[in-house]
Ligand binder design. Structure first.
Ligand code: NAP
Length: 307
C-alpha cells in the first residue's frame, strides 16, 4: 500500500514520520512507499492546488491518504472562524474530493471537541463514535463540518477522532501540555491546572501507531483512537511532576474551569470510547500512564503485534 501523509511537520505528522522510520515498521503494516506533504509543498485549503498536485492525482485504490493537517489553534478559532473553517472544513473537503476521483482511501483525523462541552458532572460514560455530536466551540464546529464534508464526498473514508495528544520529550520541537508541564517540573516551578475537565490523554506515537493499523486494514466509518484510561488535566500534570521528581502537592494548584480564563469553551468530559475501534478488531492503545513514561523518556518504540 502507498501512503500519503499531509501535515508532515505537525505533532502527529512528525510522530508518523518517526514511527515509519523505525526499522521493519512500514513493512509490518504493508507500506511500500510513503509521500509526506507539508505547507511548503502546497496550500491544502486551495482546491485547485490539491487537484493538480501530482502526488494526489497519481493516487489509486491501493493508496491511503492520511490527513494530519488542520487548524489546531483552539482559542484562535474563536476570533478567526474563517481560518478555522479553511483548515478544518476546506482541507478535508478538498482531500476527500481527490480521493473520490482517484479511489484512494482517506483517513481524516478529528477531535473530541465535536461533542458538547456540557457542565461538570453532566456525563460520566465515554462518548462512542455513534453518539450525537454537537460542538460548543468554533474549533469543534469547524472539525464537525470537516467530518460532514468527508462523509458527503462519496470517498471511501474513515474519520478517526482522537483527544489530548501529547508528545513530551519525543518531539521536543512541539509544545504540548506534557512538555509544558515537564519544563515547569524540571525548573521546580509551580503550575495552576484545571481539575474538572476529564479526557483521554493520548501519546502521539501511540496515535500514529493506531492510524497505521487503520491504514493497513482500511474500513470506512468513524473510530476513536485514544490512550486507554482517563484523567483530568490536574491528574495528568501531577503524573508529569511525580515522574520528574517534583512534588505535585507543593507545586500544583488545582482550579475549576471557571477560574481559568480561555476564549474557547473546553469539553468538561470528553473521554472517547473505543467500541467501533475494538469491533473492527484493533487492540486498545496503551494506557496514558504508559505513554507518558515513554514520552518523558523520548521513547518512540511501539510493540508490534505478532513480533
Ligand atoms: N493536538 C491535540 O491535542 C489534538 C486533539 C484531538 C484531535 N487532534 C487532531 O489531530 C490532528 C493533528 O493535530 P496536531 O496536533 O498534529 O496539529 P499540528 O501540530 O497543529 O499540525 C497540523 C499541521 O497542519 C499543517 N497545515 C495547516 N494548514 C495547512 C494548509 N493550509 N496547508 C498545508 N498544511 C497545513 C500545519 O502546518 P504549519 O505548521 O505550517 O501551520 C501543521 O504542520 C488534527 O486534525 C487535530 O484536529 C489533535
Amino acid at each position: 500500500m502507498r501512503l500519503v501523509i499531509t501535515g508532515k511537520n505537525g505533532q502527529l505528522g512528525s510522530a508518523l514520520r518517526m514511527l515509519l522510520d523505525q526499522e521493519g515498521l512500514a513493512e509490518h503494516y504493508g507500506v511500500t512507499h510513503v509521500d509526506y506533504l507539508g505547507r511548503e509543498d502546497l496550500d491544502l485549503t486551495d482546491k485547485k492546488q490539491v487537484l493538480d498536485h501530482p502526488i494526489f492525482s497519481q493516487m489509486d485504490s491501493d493508496t491511503v491518504l492520511l490527513n494530519a493537517a488542520a487548524f489546531t489553534a483552539v482559542d484562535h478559532a474563536e476570533t478567526d472562524p474563517a481560518a478555522a473553517l479553511a483548515g478544518n472544513e476546506d482541507i478535508p473537503a478538498n482531500l476527500a474530493a481527490v480521493c473520490a476521483t482517484t479511489g484512494a482511501f482517506l483517513i481524516h483525523v478529528s477531535t473530541d471537541y465535536v461533542f458538547p462541552a456540557g457542565s461538570p458532572g453532566h456525563r460520566t460514560s465515554p462518548w462512542q463514535a455513534h453518539d450525537q455530536i454537537g460542538p460548543s466551540s468554533l474549533y469543534g464546529e469547524s472539525k464537525a463540518r470537516g467530518e460532514r464534508a468527508v462523509r458527503a464526498s462519496g470517498a471511501r473514508a474513515a474519520i478517526a477522532r482522537t483527544a489530548w495528544v501529547y508528545s513530551g520529550d519525543t518531539l521536543p520541537e512541539h509544545k504540548d501540555f506534557v512538555s509544558t508541564m515537564a519544563a515547569k517540573a524540571r525548573a521546580g516551578q509551580p503550575a495552576i491546572v484545571v481539575d474538572d475537565q476529564v479526557g483521554s490523554p493520548t501519546y502521539a506515537i501511540d496515535l500514529a501507531h493506531g492510524l497505521l493499523m487503520l491504514a493497513h486494514q482500511p474500513q470506512p466509518g468513524t473510530v476513536h483512537i485514544v490512550g486507554s484510561g482517563q484523567a483530568s488535566w490536574y491528574e495528568l500534570a501531577r503524573a508529569v511532576y511525580d515522574a520528574l521528581g517534583a512534588n505535585p502537592d507543593e507545586l500544583i494548584k488545582p482550579v475549576p474551569s471557571h477560574a481559568y480564563s480561555q476564549l474557547a469553551i473546553r469539553p468538561q468530559y470528553s473521554v472517547l470510547g473505543t467500541d467501533t475501534w475494538r469491533a473492527a478488531g484493533h487492540p486498545d492503545l496503551p494506557h496514558w500512564t504508559h505513554g507518558l513514561k515513554r514520552a518523558l523518556a523520548g521513547d518512540s518504540q511501539v510493540h508490534l503485534e505478532g513480533k
